[in-house]
Design a protein around this ligand. Structure first.
Ligand SMILES: C[S@@+](CC[C@H](N)C(=O)[O-])C[C@H]1O[C@@H](n2cnc3c(N)ncnc32)[C@H](O)[C@@H]1O
Length: 251
């Protein structure tokens, strides 16, 4: 099977180059929001939803600026050589205002179908207003579902997302920042259900859920760890890449 290949040259050409200003914007916005009592870090789902809902579009862009900078590097690196070069069915978990969805739309093979999942309706309103284009300039097939990713995953039409209907599940800035070893369990069960055998899950790790905790949880549900990718070598977070095994003796 032909695999998707994305060169480092292409990644560097399309990625934003302003890391320092992204970090500075994020730091200032986070400090201002904290002074106003808005704290979005943590794993309490309701508190997270309230905090993100209290932000303006500009606040969210600012606190997500470093994540957006990293996404344009980490996501294509993780996809390259790990997913087939054919139209893919993709889910973007915790897609926020759609900035990670834009990266997926840009790099997924033409004809792919990408569905973003997000907890906060106001962020999805922003995501729905954005344009999503493939590298060739054509519009990408993108739609969104408003729900917690820890619930049973729904399809675009509101029904249950069918078993074995996803080639690639991707999360950035959510699993490692907003889920715990306990709250991630239903999501892992859903990934096991909806991802096709030999399909790929690319999940972020971070302060709340580090790699040494997440990897055995995925292994226990029949996912093989293929490796990890970072935006740059000092990035404290990373995207772990897992392949859903075709057969397993696990629960
Ligand atoms: C740091 S933002 C990252 C957004 C986007 N993935 C990106 O990389 O630009 C984290 C997002 O995850 C969402 N989120 C957090 N917990 C969630 C949950 N349990 N279900 C769905 N979305 C969630 C937040 O509302 C927020 O939009």
């Amino acid at each position: 099977m032909e695999m998707l290949r994305i060169s480092e040259r292409d990644i560097r050409r399309h990625a934003p180059s302003t890391a320092l200003s992204a970090c500075w914007r994020q730091w200032r916005a986070e400090r201002r929001l904290a002074r106003g009592g808005v704290h979005f870090r943590g794993t309490d789902c309701q508190a997270i939803a309230d905090a993100y809902a209290a932000m303006s579009d500009q606040d969210f862009d600012a606190i997500n600026a470093r994540q957006d900078w990293a996404n344009w590097r980490t996501i294509p690196r993780a996809m390259s050589t790990h997913v087939p070069d054919r139209p893919l069915r993709v889910i973007d978990l915790g897609c926020g205002a759609g900035s990670s969805t834009r990266v997926l739309a840009f790099y997924c093979p033409a004809g792919s179908r990408i569905t973003g999942y997000e907890l906060v309706p106001a962020l999805l309103d922003v995501a729905c207003r954005r344009a999503y284009r493939h590298r060739d300039g054509r519009p990408a097939d993108v739609a969104f579902v408003c729900q917690p990713v820890t619930d049973e995953l729904r399809a675009r039409d509101g029904g249950r997302l069918p078993d074995g209907s996803v080639d690639l599940a991707k999360a950035s800035g959510i699993v490692g920042h907003h889920l715990s070893a306990q709250s991630v369990q239903p999501l892992i069960g859903e990934l096991r259900r909806v991802i096709l055998p030999d399909g790929i899950a690319m999940l972020d790790v971070g302060p709340e859920l580090p790699a040494d905790v997440l990897t055995p949880l995925l292994a226990g549900h029949g996912f093989t760890h293929l490796g990890s990718k970072k935006s740059w070598f000092l990035d404290p977070t990373a995207q772990l890449i897992f392949c859903r095994q075709s057969t397993t003796g696990t629960a």
